[in-house]
Design a protein around this ligand. Structure first.
Ligand code: DP6
Length: 333
């Protein structure tokens, strides 16, 4: 096969990946745990042909039709193409077309779904044999580390490992184990000013980085346990502590990184009020200003309704937990 299409979900981290041990191999400083988001995804078609004289990358964000990109985004895609071409000992050029159904680069893990879909599509087009573990390793090497967690289905843990072969993502509970949803409160669709890449780089300069790392084994154990027991109160308490831990680390790094906007704080305050009203939902925030609320899927509509009409919000996205990356027969072009 020379042409293949794959679809992969975004994921929301309950315990965050923040800081790298090894930049080139994308080895993280700590394990992380996430849940895949069924309704926020990227679909990518890769077509290799001896007729192509150069690589071409087209990306369509948030329902827009794909347009050819020529910036850093293209470079990242080409690096992943090159890595996998080298593995197969070929030099054939490719056309890549990628679309996603949610805004990019605002802390909804667009590069996670993008790199998971891209890696699976390239591997399938080039007939690279893989299992779930090796595919998550190849995905991680693409540079968006969190993308490796979009390969397995459901609740997923990325083992940090200490070398490339043992740093991979695996399922800790299947999709149907616990019906949770993510209500994503978008306060700003403007591209974030600081990338996660910068955050990973400067994380170690925070005086709180080491105490964060010291806390994580207990937090990881509590999150695993909360998932196993389907205990939202326990999970929620860890989620919120973890989000604060990441952002305090970012804010106290050199240079400091502010991912929050004033509206982010308005949301957090309203989440406390929401809980006082008897609805259970807990916040987490990635490398952007938007807030993810994790709740039982039964409560998803009520949580969304609570925030509908808040003037500080731009838009709201929702998704239940979902499966991991899959191969598709239908190509984008
Ligand atoms: C805060 O380097 O995987 O989302 O910038 O999207 O490539 P990209 O992300 P990555 O860092 C993710 C950082 C995080 C936490 C997480 O998802 O674990």
């Amino acid at each position: 096969m020379q042409k293949a299409t794959a679809k992969a979900p975004a994921n929301i981290a309950f315990v965050k990946y923040w800081g790298k041990e090894n930049d080139d191999l994308t080895l993280p400083c700590n394990n992380s745990i996430s849940m895949n988001l069924r309704d926020l995804f990227t679909q990518t078609t890769v077509d290799f042909s001896p007729n192509y004289t150069s690589d071409e990358v087209a990306i369509g964000y948030f329902g827009e039709s794909p347009t050819i990109v020529a910036d850093k985004k293209r470079e990242r895609v080409i690096r992943q193409l090159d890595r996998l071409r080298k593995l197969q000992g070929i030099n054939t050029k490719a056309k890549v077309v990628s679309v996603n159904n949610f805004p990019a680069e605002v802390g909804i893990a667009s590069s996670a779904s993008a790199f998971a879909a891209l890696t699976m599509a390239i591997c399938n087009a080039l007939n690279i044999k893989y299992d779930e573990k090796s595919l998550s390793i190849l995905t991680r090497l693409g540079g968006s580390g969190s993308a490796c967690r979009s390969i397995p289905a459901g609740f997923v843990e990325w083992e940090k490992g200490d070398k490339s072969e043992n740093s991979f993502a695996h399922q800790i509970a299947p999709t149907d184990h616990w019906d949770l949803s993510d209500v994503i409160l978008v306060v700003s669709k403007k591209s974030k000013k600081s990338t996660s890449l910068e955050g990973h780089k400067s994380a170690k300069s925070s005086p709180y980085f080491l105490s964060r790392l010291a806390e994580l084994p207990t937090r990881l154990a509590n999150v695993r346990e909360a998932i196993k027991e389907k205990n939202l109160t326990k999970l929620g308490s860890e989620l919120e502590k973890e989000a604060m831990s990441l952002h305090i680390t970012a804010l106290t790094s050199l240079p400091p990184i502010w991912y929050w906007e004033p509206e982010t704080i308005s949301v957090i305050k309203d989440v406390y009020l929401l809980r006082e009203s008897g609805l259970e939902a807990y916040f987490t925030i990635d490398a952007g200003p938007n807030v993810h609320l994790i709740c039982h899927s039964n409560d998803m509509k009520k949580v969304k309704n609570y925030f509908e009409g808040k003037t500080y919000l731009d838009s709201i996205f929702v998704s239940p937990i979902g499966d991991g990356a899959i191969a598709l027969d239908q190509h984008l072009f």
